[in-house]
Design a protein around this ligand. Structure first.
Ligand SMILES: Cc1cc2nc3c(=O)[nH]c(=O)nc-3n(C[C@H](O)[C@H](O)[C@H](O)COP(=O)(O)OP(=O)(O)OC[C@H]3O[C@@H](n4cnc5c(N)ncnc54)[C@H](O)[C@@H]3O)c2cc1C
Ligand code: SF4
Length: 478
């Protein structure tokens, strides 16, 4: 701890954002870079707690107190070396992580937490700038071959870890580009895609083979997968979106959020769009679902030039401050206002959609109703419609952002005859092995819909188990 009084001297600062009027005209990163002096001061706010709750809160166990201090002292290379012990892709988490660590930071008890996410991002970006990050291929190859199916953050973490200990890794991806939801889910204004390309280029240099536009189970059989590789890791994500089966669902103009978002990411990349284009231009847009995906739909609709954006959530409005249900150091499930919310939308809670109304086969309005949540006799929260609160609202585009139910079973998962859990995710034992010998699973395909940092964590742990399975022992940290 370089500066004992740092937390008293400096207020928390986060990265500045580009003005709304400017940023809604493009898909470039909303945030500006923080200057070095401010970063050092933010590093100085860390109290180097005896029990660092930040590390406890971080799914990959990042060592924040160490690198906060190193940034304060300007020891950038040392900070990168410490960060890379636990984190494979800080350039992704530094941009899109909800920073569970900051929710756990001790300073948050009676002040604002250390700006850990900004510090993490600055360390990795400085390391790229200074040429500290270089391809580091393994010195010795083990002769073992591993297939990874799916190139999202879980698959990339598995590949990076297993390649680092000398296995020959091939990543299969059915999309035309590597990255999973980083590429074709999260909008460019949160994560510009050159960030993924820069990392993937390094991974290629380190000897990882990427085979895109290969749908395993369709273009490449599961028999070939088992025959040609010593171990297989499935990281296919949770890809079946939650639907809403109410009257009018078949009307034109009602789409899954991920279809809308992935089309836009393709547009930004200058790629062709297969199928009918979905646009919010000039429309009243209804976003159903109050999470990250819903928020991304708002920012994208605003950039399309929507007439208005209305977001509804069936759950109650979260409190603005921590309450007894989320005491420190638990993650505060308080009201979040994302950069997309700031760009213009109306938000509403405790609203359920009753039916979609249309004319000539196209959506023209929705009927909603207000609901309330009550405890039943068993203490379970149940929802009840409030009589007489039905309302109608004109909409020309509806985006369903209610999450994902489970991975796709048809094809690869069924062909392999894998056991599923109660929610329909692929079951893995404590070593991440599925019901089939030598076939492992990680990320959203195993856990269900989650976060980038959890996918990386799962990938690292699965890689450790795979290495042990192949070699009898492992030096990977997991
Ligand atoms: C719109 C949106 C915004 C989000 N925003 C955030 C955020 O801001 N912060 C955050 O932390 N998390 C966010 N998330 C969640 C996060 O993106 C996911 O939890 C994470 O990407 C899961 O990683 P994964 O590697 O398990 O799967 P995915 O990223 O889903 O990758 C799975 C890959 O497997 C491929 N695949 C599947 N089956 C096959 C097959 N048979 N053959 C070949 N390839 C196959 C798919 O094409 C896909 O590319 C967001 C999610 C969405 C949808
Ligand atoms: S909990 Fe906060 S103050 Fe304590 S070591 Fe972690 S970042 Fe620093």
């Amino acid at each position: 701890m370089g500066k004992v009084t740092g937390f008293k001297e400096f207020d928390r600062e986060t990265s500045k954002k580009r003005p709304v009027k400017e940023r809604i005209n493009d898909y470039k990163d909303v945030y500006k870079k923080m200057d070095e002096e401010t970063l050092k001061n933010q590093g100085a706010r860390c109290m180097d707690c005896g029990t660092p709750f930040c590390s406890w809160g971080c799914p990959i166990g990042n060592l924040m107190p160490d690198w906060n201090d190193m940034v304060y002292k300007g020891e950038w290379e040392k900070a990168y070396n410490r960060l890379s012990l636990t984190s494979n892709f800080s350039e992704f988490t530094g941009r899109v992580c909800p920073a569970i660590c900051e929710g756990a930071c001790t300073l948050g008890v009676n002040r604002l937490p250390v700006s850990i996410r900004e510090i993490e991002l600055s360390i990795i970006e400085k390391a790229y700038e200074q040429g500290t990050i270089k391809a580091n291929p393994p010195k010795v190859r083990t002769g073992k071959k591993v297939a990874v199916v799916g190139s999202g953050p879980a698959g990339l973490a598995v590949a990076a870890e297993l390649n680092s200990v000398g296995h020959l890794v091939t990543v299969f991806e059915r999309a035309d580009e590597v990255g999973g939801l980083l590429r074709y889910g999260i909008p460019d204004f949160k994560l510009e895609k050159w960030v993924i390309d820069r990392r993937v280029d390094l991974m290629k240099e380190e000897g990882i083979e990427f085979r895109t536009s290969v749908n395993v189970g369709v273009d490449y059989s599961v028999e070939d997968l088992k025959k040609n590789f010593d171990a297989v890791v499935l990281t296919g994500g949770s890809t079946i979106p939650r639907d809403i089966n109410i009257e009018g669902r078949e009307l034109e103009g009602i789409h899954f959020a991920v279809d809308f978002l992935s089309q836009q990411n393709r547009r930004v990349a200058g790629k062709t769009i297969n199928g009918k284009e979905i646009t919010a231009e000039g429309k009243n847009v209804l976003v159903i679902g109050g999470g990250d995906t819903g928020s991304d739909c708002i920012g994208t609709s605003v950039r399309h030039g929507a007439k208005g954006v209305y977001q509804i959530e069936i759950m109650p409005k979260p409190p603005t401050e921590r309450d007894d249900t989320m005491p420190w150091p638990e993650y505060p499930r308080t009201l979040k206002t994302s950069t997309s919310h700031e760009e213009g939308c109306e938000r509403d809670w405790c609203v359920s959609t009753k039916k979609f109304i249309g004319e000539n086969g196209k959506i023209t309005s929705i009927q909603g109703v207000r609901v309330e949540w009550k405890k039943d006799s068993t203490g379970r929260m149940v929802m009840e419609e409030i009589p007489g609160t039905e309302f109608e609202r004109p909409v020309e585009l509806v985006l369903l952002a209610m999450g994902f139910v489970h991975p796709q079973h048809e094809g690869m998962v069924n062909d392999l005859g894998l056991k599923l859990d109660q929610r329909g995710n692929v079951s893995g034992d404590e070593n991440y092995m599925t019901s089939e010998e030598g076939i492992f699973v990680a990320g959203d395909m195993r856990k269900g819909q989650s976060l980038v940092v959890w996918a990386i964590n799962d990938g690292r742990r699965a890689a450790k188990s795979v290495d042990k399975y192949l070699m009898g022992e492992t030096s990977l940290r997991g």
